[in-house]
Design a protein around this ligand. Structure first.
Ligand code: NI
Length: 172
């Protein structure tokens, strides 16, 4: 088990465009996926992209707990290598997002609600599926990290951006 250090917003590791994984079946890639899982569970979080742990490769992991969604089913732990997203419905939906690279903060982001995902898994198999609602949001958020995009860069109204602890305080 290895818990890796997570880069926070401002770190150059989060800014670049990550490069494709050349061989998803390489033992080093499986080890990275395991370390990313350990890191995500330790944080704790529901998604993590390789650039967040200072590895500039196109690889993300995520899961959707049943408790976090009322618009899509819970999703098991999924590893996406070299993911490609196609928007199937341009209709956007606003939702609150957080990120392990911006600890303690959250903000509202509008994202397309229905996408198609194509990627490889750790055995080199092709994945091709559709995701909707919160599931689609998680995937888009994680894949944005591969292009150096953090969720505040997608926000259109920074008024909803702030520290979670402050937001949950009753108003005076
Ligand atoms: Ni994030």
């Amino acid at each position: 088990m290895a818990v890796l250090k997570i880069a926070r917003m401002g770190h150059p590791a989060l800014m670049g465009v990550a490069r494709p994984v050349s061989d998803p079946t390489e033992p080093g890639i499986r080890r990275l996926a395991q370390d990313m899982l350990d890191t995500m569970r330790d944080a704790p979080g529901i998604g993590l992209a390789a650039p967040q742990v200072h590895v500039p490769l196109r690889m993300v992991i995520y899961m959707v707990p049943e408790s976090r969604t009322n618009d899509s089913e819970g999703q098991p732990l999924t590893v996406l290598i070299n993911p490609e997203i196609t928007v199937l419905d341009e209709t956007t939906e606003e939702g609150v997002e957080g990120c392990l690279s911006l600890p303690g903060m959250s903000g509202k982001v509008a994202r397309p609600r229905h996408i198609r995902v194509q990627a490889l898994d750790l055995d080199g198999n092709e994945l091709d599926y559709e995701a909707e609602g919160f599931h689609a949001r998680v995937i888009q958020h994680e894949c944005d990290h591969l292009d150096g995009i953090l969720y505040p860069m997608r926000m259109t109204d920074l008024a909803s951006f702030g520290y979670v602890e402050e937001m949950t305080k009753p108003s005076e």
